[in-house]
Design a protein around this ligand. Structure first.
Ligand SMILES: [Zn+2]
Length: 76
């Protein structure tokens, strides 16, 4: 029953976007997966995606999103 306490942090280490997502207390593995999908989705601008994360209580800078998208991010 305690398996949910496992923080999905290992695979996101160094990624300023996914780290912030993983740090949120309600984040699940599924959320990490969804965050990756949003990051891959060209319909989401960096600015609006940062705002959408912020509304969920996740403070991500749009530059971190851009950096991730340009693959200048350790999570690739
Ligand atoms: Zn990344």
């Amino acid at each position: 029953m305690l398996e949910d306490l496992q923080r999905p942090l290992d695979e996101v280490q160094g990624c300023k976007v996914l780290e912030r997502v993983a740090e949120h207390p309600d984040t699940t593995e599924k959320d990490i997966e969804l965050a990756r999908q949003y990051l891959d989705d060209p319909n989401w601008g960096a600015y609006s995606l940062a705002n959408a994360f912020r509304r969920k209580g996740i403070n991500v800078h749009k530059d971190s999103i851009t950096r991730h998208r340009e693959k200048r991010c350790p999570c690739w």
